[in-house]
Design a protein. Structure first.
Lengths: 334, 334
């Protein structure tokens, strides 16, 4: 591998994304991408007694699914990189406590999915791993309870709020394969522009996305038009518009090929999801379900996947803190 | 690098631990290792209004300290790997939001410090980074409030409980140096033996430590006597005894060269810390303050550092769950 520019790593033998799997909850199952997901649940509890246990079950079953689909024995998966939004990442650690694979817990809020692929790519390209598993999850009910209000209160949601995706995305990366390949990674810095509204995550995270996006272009010498699609994780309608405008002020026109998973996963008009989807599973399920298939079918051949995260919690907001954002990017190419 | 056995990676060009720094709180400043720490605070708040903000300040100032001591410009540090115990790791993300270094947030509970060094080592040895920063923190007051009871309640603590270390440990790893070197890593699996007592973390984490310890010996062909010291992070008095006994039943005698940072950092008789210290900063400060100096002065030349983590939160305990443990190991040699 080679370091390029200030914060990009390019791979000489790029890891292949061998297989993906996605499970989504009931609301996502009624959205425009439903047909692309491996499993659509009709119950937020999935037979469990609590939302937290349901979320653990979702990531567990999704990891079992991606391993089964990949045809690789779980004993041949060298490392697992996983994390989620729950306090102390309990969805991942409880959901994956039985998989018996060396485990790196990570926390990047909603950037976790791409963060895990950044780390796994470096392990694979360097020979530290032959196969690696990346997984994440989120759950609307457990997230609302933890970050905002108990659902039972029935609080109104402001128009700038986003809807945490219930689901899990998981991928298996391998050292030898026929693609799609992770050709380079641009891990991001923490960016805090002083936004304090926990109901406007898109605005809080857009500056971090801009920073990573521009750094990626500068480091690689690529332009937006190099990619068939530039895809952010969960900026939603508001954050997407902010990023598009900010990029233009910096001389990068992304209007023609920029999509956001939070915009894609729900039907804004009919699903009452305000500014769109969010959560670790937003980019996790939309990439694992939709974009991976587009790449395999060569409908897309070069994409830049940027996951953004808001690195706050309810205590920090109560203590008057602003919301630091982060964004990690990976280029995936056939 | 080479994969050895089932879950160990050995390095052909092992990264050097260039520099360390440690800051500790008032109680640790009265303990037996006080003279080894870079800075001893006399106030848990350190001039901040909340414990969370104090913890962020501690990791921030400690990172500034290790960068200053290393002589490396922060612009030459390619990646930062950091995490902590607070919900959504806000100590790290708020404390480090201004350092302007690409950031990987990680969560391994009290195993975070060694997890960060595992990841950074792979980045450095593979050429993905020339220099990397690893940092962690914990704070007695913020941890008690979050995991157990508000301190204002004055709850009694059972004899098996441990005392979360207030402080931060930080290291800078570099690709070219004269050691001490990280020669190999053995990342651990999640191990859950069904322990449910959140006031007996040592018992919950000892089986994970055993799993990683034995795997490390099997993978490398080394015996306990290969090391001048085998050091766990925060098993405390109870967990240390359990690990020693469990290792013996598996044919490994670690009685002569095994220490635990949670046992070392406090004076059990005079500091009322029951089963010893715990928290991310326990191994973080004891390694950064004490063991790194022992290595530099060649008083120790080969150590195995094993950090253990309990991957639970207060919600999981309230929902009747057991406590999954994890342990990551790195060998450090002159």
């Amino acid at each position: 591998m080679k370091r390029v520019g200030t914060q990009t790593i390019t791979f000489d033998n790029p890891p292949t994304i061998l297989e993906t799997s996605s499970i989504v909850g009931p609301k996502e199952s009624q959205g425009p991408l439903a047909k692309y997901f491996d499993q659509c649940l009709d119950d937020e509890f999935w037979g469990e007694k609590t939302w937290e246990k349901a979320e653990s079950k979702i990531i567990k079953e999704n990891v079992n699914s991606v391993i089964a689909k990949s045809g690789i024995a779980s004993t041949d998966i060298d490392f697992c990189f996983a994390g989620d939004l729950l306090n102390q990442c309990i969805s991942s650690s409880f959901g994956l406590r039985e998989i018996n694979i060396p485990f790196f817990g990570i926390f990047g809020a909603c950037s976790t999915f791409v963060e895990s692929m950044c780390l796994a790519s470096v392990f694979i390209e360097s020979g530290g791993a032959s196969n690696a598993l990346c997984a994440t999850s989120s759950h609307f009910c457990s997230a609302e309870k933890q970050f905002r209000f108990p659902l039972e209160l029935g609080n109104q949601r402001p128009p700038s709020s986003q809807w945490t995706v219930t689901g899990s995305g998981a991928v298996i990366l391998t050292f030898s394969g026929t693609g799609p390949y992770i050709t380079c990674i641009t891990p991001g810095k923490i960016v805090d522009m002083g936004i304090k509204d926990a109901n406007n995550m898109g605005a809080a995270m857009a500056p971090a996305a801009l920073d990573t996006l521009i750094t990626h272009f500068r480091d690689t010498g690529r332009k937006p038009s190099y990619y068939d699609a530039i895809i952010t994780g969960d900026l939603g309608y508001i954050g997407k518009e902010i990023l598009t405008e900010l990029a233009e002020t910096k001389g990068y026109n992304i209007k023609n090929n920029y999509e956001d998973c939070g915009v894609l996963i729900f039907d804004k008009e009919n699903q009452d999801t305000h500014s769109g989807g969010s959560g670790c599973a937003c980019i996790g399920t939309v990439f694992s379900g939709y974009y991976f298939k587009q790449l395999k079918e060569k409908k897309l051949n070069k994409i830049l996947l940027i996951a953004t995260g808001a690195l706050m919690n309810s205590t920090s907001s109560q203590q008057g803190e602003s919301i630091p954002g982060i964004a990690h990017a990976i280029a995936i190419e056939n």
